[in-house]
Design a protein around this ligand. Structure first.
Ligand code: PLP
Length: 355
């Protein structure tokens, strides 16, 4: 078997138990069994996200839910926090959906702070804001709790959060932070195959959706709400993925939500320490991600060659994203990754580079 153990920030390594959970005989999506499955999964997701809000299941990758959040929640004008490849792209999605969007932009590697958000929202007529909690391209994790505090001053502004590479790996307490939409795909810290995304949707967000005429069809929150009342999705969902999510949420609960977050923070600490010793961190100090570390290539190594050499040892890391290719590289420590795996990877890199 030539599989390379994935240390890339998605898709992440999927355990054999989760692979097995995918391979169950199918059931009808209007059957009693499905209703029970849906109910179990949504209940467990609510616990993980610490919310009483609705949680919808989307058969698509995270990009689809970006579009859903924009179409359902932006009436007038959206402020898009832009600090890397993914936050920039969410803004492009807003523009592509015909919305007026303005960027709150910082250099790649920098964080979006609560003060910046406060200033930008005070100066414009916005009714929504997009924030990427963990910018996967730069390894920057914004201080969401501080941004959430500022958002309380702007009750008409929908707080739309991409927690794609943080959910299930770092705290995303939806109700405490007042997030109106908090979305993620499953191929990151949930460590399931790509294809299903989840999002919590607040009452306020549903109220906003009621005021918006063209919400689209596939991702119409109000249609999803109607079916959610019956513990179903409007169209045929990715049932194998939902089975696997059901099983994985049990494993997450068995580890314990808080312990899982602590494990991620611990692994991040190990990688950051290694990176500081041999290279430098790309993320602004104090905002280093708990799920993926972006390392500045201060030694001018060939990241592609390093990855080839790792590949011969059946492991894979990520080159820098887009314009950061070869200038940085990324090691993901999200999902079910254990300390021995991270230490093994770092030892392999040490040996390959002669560090
Ligand atoms: N948001 C973030 C933070 C991401 O890291 C990614 C993908 O890596 C996406 C959104 C887009 O996800 P997808 O390609 O699954 O649609």
């Amino acid at each position: 078997m030539s599989h390379k153990r994935l240390f890339i920030p998605g898709p992440t390594e999927v355990g054999v138990e989760n692979l097995a959970a995918l391979a169950q005989p199918q059931i009808g999506h209007r059957s009693r069994e499905f209703v029970e499955l849906y109910d179990r999964v949504v209940t467990k997701l609510r616990q993980l996200l610490e919310t009483k809000n609705r949680v919808f299941l989307f058969t698509c990758s995270s990009t689809g839910v970006w579009e859903a959040a924009i179409r359902n929640c932006v009436g007038r004008r959206v402020l898009c926090c832009a600090q890397g490849a993914f936050s920039d792209r969410w803004m492009q999605a807003a523009i592509a959906n015909g919305k007026q969007a303005e960027a709150l932009r910082v250099d790649w590697g920098k964080a979006i702070t609560a003060e910046m958000v406060d200033q930008a929202l005070s100066g414009g007529d916005f009714d929504a804001i997009t924030v990427v909690h963990n910018e996967t391209s730069t390894g920057v994790m914004n201080h969401l709790h501080e941004i959430a505090e500022v958002l309380k001053k702007f009750p008409d502004v929908m707080f739309l959060v991409d927690a794609v590479s943080s959910m299930a790996g770092a705290p995303t307490p939806v109700d405490a932070y007042g997030m109106d939409v908090c979305l993620a795909g499953l191929q990151k810290a949930f460590c399931l195959p790509p294809g299903l995304a989840v999002a919590s949707v607040s009452e306020r967000a549903l109220e906003r959706a009621r005021t918006i005429e063209h919400r689209g069809y596939y991702f119409d929150f109000l249609e999803m709400l109607k079916y959610d009342d019956r513990h179903m999705t409007p169209s045929t969902p990715a049932i194998p993925q939902i089975y696997a999510l059901d099983a994985q949420l049990d494993r997450i609960a068995a580890e314990g939500r808080v312990r899982r977050f602590e494990r991620h923070a611990h692994l991040a600490g190990i990688v950051q320490q290694w990176a500081r010793r041999h290279f430098a961190l790309f993320a602004e100090e104090g905002y280093e991600s708990a799920t993926v570390t972006c390392i500045e290539n201060t030694r001018g190594i060939s990241v592609a060659e390093l990855n080839e050499a790792l590949g011969r040892q059946r492991a894979q890391i990520s080159n820098g994203y887009g314009k950061l290719k070869e200038k940085t590289f990324r090691i993901a420590h999200m999902g079910d990754t254990q300390e021995w795996e991270i230490r093994g990877l770092l030892s392999s890199i040490d040996a390959i580079l002669g560090l």
